[in-house]
Design a protein around this ligand. Sequence first.
Ligand code: C5P
Length: 285
Amino acid sequence: MKETALAYAKINLSLDIVSKMPDGYHNLKTIMQTVSLADEVTIECNPGEGITVDSGLPYIPDDERNIAAKAAMAFYEFTGITGYRTHIKIIKNIPVCAGLGGGSTDGACVLTLLDKIFETMLGRQKLEALGNKIGSDVPFSITGGTKLAEGKGELLTDLPPMPHCYSVICKPLFSCSTPELFKLVKCEKIRARPDTEGIIKALGENNLGDIARRMYNVFEDILPRGKHEIAEIKSTLLDNNALGAIMTGSGSAVFGLFDNIDDAQKAYGQLNRSYRDCFLTETFN
Ligand code: C5P
């Protein structure tokens, strides 16, 4: 039994850290949006046992440490299905440690593919709950689109779909570790916060300019290094008429939103001369 699907990346149109929870996690308020950049995930299940992952990349684990393998283990544990050797092949296009939810979307894709292969009909709620066991961004990635995510990321509210636009994404050379960055967060010291409600209102009015103008990510102030590169990428995006540009998630990738393809292509072309990980994507619901 074999199935393949695309696993889409996300950008955060806003990211606010509201408070620290007793278990050390943080209470978030973030608007997430799916974009057309995607990994390709193939799962093959044959009689036998064991879960293996092959991405062809030496820095991505090929065993239970991989979030895709964790997703498969969670699926089998929940459904009680046994007796299958499961091989997961991932063609990685989404850069890792970039804030684009690459690992999480692979994990979500594994859950939905296994649900399809075994015809378990778990449905969105159960798949999101399973996803929540393996990573904070996984529940969003089950259906993607435009959503408000709160709590650790598992409390999801569907928002009016983002107006179609282009998003140029560029990852600086340095990477960010999400747990390391969260360790530096001091909620009481966060000086500026995104206008989340304003973005939700602008989504309802289908007003891309108002959405882009209000975008803000509190992690940008917390970054211990790399601010110069982030600023440089933002400048290039804005100089080429991006309607707004911010870092996504815990970084280090930066994105700009464009309402026309010519400006997006120009920005992409300029960034692509200096940075390896550049993508011209579209928002995707
Ligand atoms: O859930 P996930 O494995 O993606 O989270 C990675 C790390 O980010 C966690 O171990 C935690 O340190 C931090 N985190 C957090 N608050 C969140 C999400 C993640 O502190 N809401």
